[in-house]
Design a binder for this molecule. Sequence first.
Ligand SMILES: Cc1ncc(COP(=O)(O)O)c(C=O)c1O
Length: 398
Amino acid sequence: MKKLVDRVKKVVSPVLGRYFADFEVDRGQGCYLFGSDGKKYLDFSSGIASCSTGHAHPKVVAAAQKQLKKLIHICIGVALYEPYIALAEKLRAIVPIKNAQFFFCQSGSEAIEAAIKLAKYATKKPGLIAIRGAFHGRTLGALSLTTSKMKYRDGYEPLLPNVFIAEPDLKEIGKILRTKKIAGIIVEPVLGEGGYIIFPKVFIKGLRRLCNKYKALLIFDEVQTGIGRTGKWFAAEHFGVKPDIICLAKGIASGFPLGGIAASAKTMKKWSPGAHGSTFGGNPVCCAAAIATIDVIKQQKLLQNSAKLGGYLKKQLLKLKAKYSAIKDVRGLGLMIGVDFGDPTFVKQIMDYCLAQGLVLISTGGGGAVIRLVPPLIVSKQEIDKALKIIEQALNNA
Ligand SMILES: Cc1ncc(COP(=O)(O)O)c(C=O)c1O
């Protein structure tokens, strides 16, 4: 059989970007990937911050297998089924929104689409404010709010009307709210694809105040930061702010395709039956995997692990920063850490070296100048030390 890298060119659209030219994976287990080259790789990408409980966690696999045999699909519009409702009940106990209700979909972008639609529908206002440098997804609504790389938008304009891209500046945002009819402000509390930049608490709190004043909804895109990634269930908790809508996806189901939004029953009440929907959203197998993911995070104390080992990883990376001038900044919360080199070519060199040494790292930031470390939340100190050793070797080799 020909290598995947030779077969892909013929049958897969070239539109898909890839971090590595010829990295092929056969299977994953825990924090490790097993390449088709027979090599074992320590995975600090988690399939872009998604495999929260690691690859093929036995409890997630068991829950999904059990559900597979029972019911694969019916659509929540056709019949109610246990995992959809049970997941909503589980999430209700952990989201920082009082009396939350849920709508489930299949991806982060779709969660953003749902939030856009709910905000417009509930407030009866047309406008949206997004923050410059944010990434909210690639579907046309989500893309209209995305400016982390302008390349994403090239060729697709015009996008949604009444979208205002603002600098993270409360005065500027206040002026837009004063002069336009704004349904909601959407913000990633920590910029993901924008380079792992943490917004100051005063800014996030200021957004809450402005939304209250102008009766706009505050939408937190926690697609990347949610479900324990930052050491708390939701990044909102770091800022002491309660959003009106939370968008979820990525880590929620340990790699199964699931997204969703949370909003209070008071807000959801304004969304009329049939005003939104989805055939596959909240698929029974994906919901079963999400329920198991939340249980595993609780049972294995993964929030604590994310906070503690994330703190350790950041501290060690700051030590490397003091030693290697190539590192310009180290930042992040929990196990969502960015190492800013300010140079995409250098970053690519480090990533390639690390991959050859058995460590999977991926980049982020406008031009890809930041390496992001997003291992599964089950990562151990030994695995972090192993990754740090390889990164230091790469720095010495560069
Ligand atoms: C913060 C954020 N929002 C939305 C998305 C879009 O999610 P998806 O790729 O599942 O559509 C992403 C994906 O990287 C993201 O990081």
